[in-house]
Design a protein around this ligand. Structure first.
Ligand code: NAD
Length: 349
């Protein structure tokens, strides 16, 4: 296994990890440790090339700095990516080699589950490093983060509804959910339980049918969900779906969902604002998963009460962001980034 350092002016540390014998090629990016050790998931995807993987890890690790700070966690921002199709290339040897690189960073970066990874993979990673969360069992194991992520998004949808429509209640409101995976399914269950009407879509049509049946939802085609008529759109699949093409076609009053990096560019926040569509910043509303993982990193006892407290604080933060954005008549995303920048600057002072 070979670790080499990559020069950067935007991040504290970036390393390239290669182990030809098991086909491993990946990166670990530490954006900031100003608030604590950098924490963020490990993603495995068939990136088209190294440049695309590097770009993703740099962007995602910066996002983790903002997410962890917004969630009030004593953690910095980091992320790791491995290039390759998890179904084909993932092996115990590959995970152990990557974990060894994480161990060599001495705790400056903590990893966890992200796309292409499972709690069982995290257990494999744990054979070679102490700096891993999201384990399926053990004294502080936090397991699958998705139910807590969904709970945070659900709270945030109610808060967004209060700001946009005057009341948090979802009974009789329609929510369009894009992506019915771990987060989307848990979120649909909470929304359905609160009396919301659902429109659902997934590129896996069998999943769309199953969820539509389970929640009495209207199924939509994947290419139609972003233009579905609803009160709220909850993106829970991929990033960059809010862009110059999709925003003019939206037929909702608010966007509040779990997908990371929903805005294709910062200007898209302003575009939504100009259309009168209230946007709940993704890195705030979807922080439940890292709050869940933080119980393991920080070795929290009494984890349920701690998580509930952090989720309540997160919701209060979103409330503050939406109120300030309304007062200043700017995009909530702009306000959310400003609030974190202030927090980081205070820490540095
Ligand atoms: P997942 O892989 O379990 O589910 C994603 C689902 O989206 C899949 O069912 C997939 O078929 C579907 N999908 C993919 N592209 C689609 C498209 N174009 N249209 C409709 N459906 C599509 O992933 P997840 O864990 O549910 O995460 C969903 C999103 O939330 C991701 O952006 C992830 O980064 C983000 N997120 C997840 C967590 C967590 O705790 N799991 C935490 C924070 C953020």
């Amino acid at each position: 296994m070979r670790i080499s350092s990559i020069k950067t002016t935007t991040h504290e540390e970036v390393v390239r990890v290669e182990a030809a014998e098991c086909g491993l090629l990946g990166f670990i990016a530490i954006h900031s440790t100003r608030l604590g050790p950098a924490a963020g998931g490990l993603r495995m995807r068939p990136y088209p090339d190294e440049a695309a993987a590097l770009e993703d890890v740099l962007r995602l690790s910066r996002g983790m700095t903002y997410k962890n700070a917004a969630a009030g966690l004593p953690l910095g921002g980091g992320k790791a990516v491995i290039i390759g199709d998890p179904a084909q290339l993932k092996s115990p040897a590959l995970l152990a080699a990557f974990a060894q690189a994480i161990e060599e960073l001495g705790g400056r970066y903590w990893t966890a589950e992200d796309m292409g990874m499972t709690p069982a993979d995290m257990a494999q990673v744990a054979t070679a490093t102490r700096f891993v969360a999201g384990l399926p069992d053990g004294p502080f194991a936090s397991g699958d983060p998705s139910p807590v992520t969904a709970r945070g998004i659900f709270n945030g949808i109610r808060t967004t509804a209060r700001h946009r429509f005057g009341a948090p209640d979802l009974a009789g409101r329609t929510v369009a959910v894009q992506g019915l995976g771990h987060v989307g399914e848990n979120l649909c269950a909470l929304l359905h339980g609160d009396g919301a009407r659902l429109v659902v879509a997934d590129i896996d049509s069998a999943r769309t049918r199953a969820m539509a049946q389970r929640f009495g939802a209207a199924p939509a085609a994947p290419d139609a969900i972003l233009a579905a008529e609803a009160d709220i759109l909850a993106p829970c699949a991929i990033g960059a779906i809010l862009n110059a093409d999709s925003i003019p076609a939206l037929r909702v009053g608010a966007v509040a969902g779990g997908a990371n990096n929903q805005l294709a560019t910062p200007e898209d926040g302003a575009r939504l604002h100009a259309r009168g569509i209230l946007y709940a910043p993704d890195f705030v509303i979807n922080a439940g998963g890292i709050i869940n993982a933080a119980t393991e990193i920080l070795r929290i006892t009494g984890r349920e009460a701690w998580v509930a407290d952090k989720l309540a604080t997160l919701d209060a933060t979103l409330d503050r962001i939406l109120a300030r954005a309304a007062r200043l008549s700017v995009s909530p995303n702009e306000v959310a980034e400003q609030i974190v920048d202030e927090q980081l600057a205070q820490q540095a002072a």
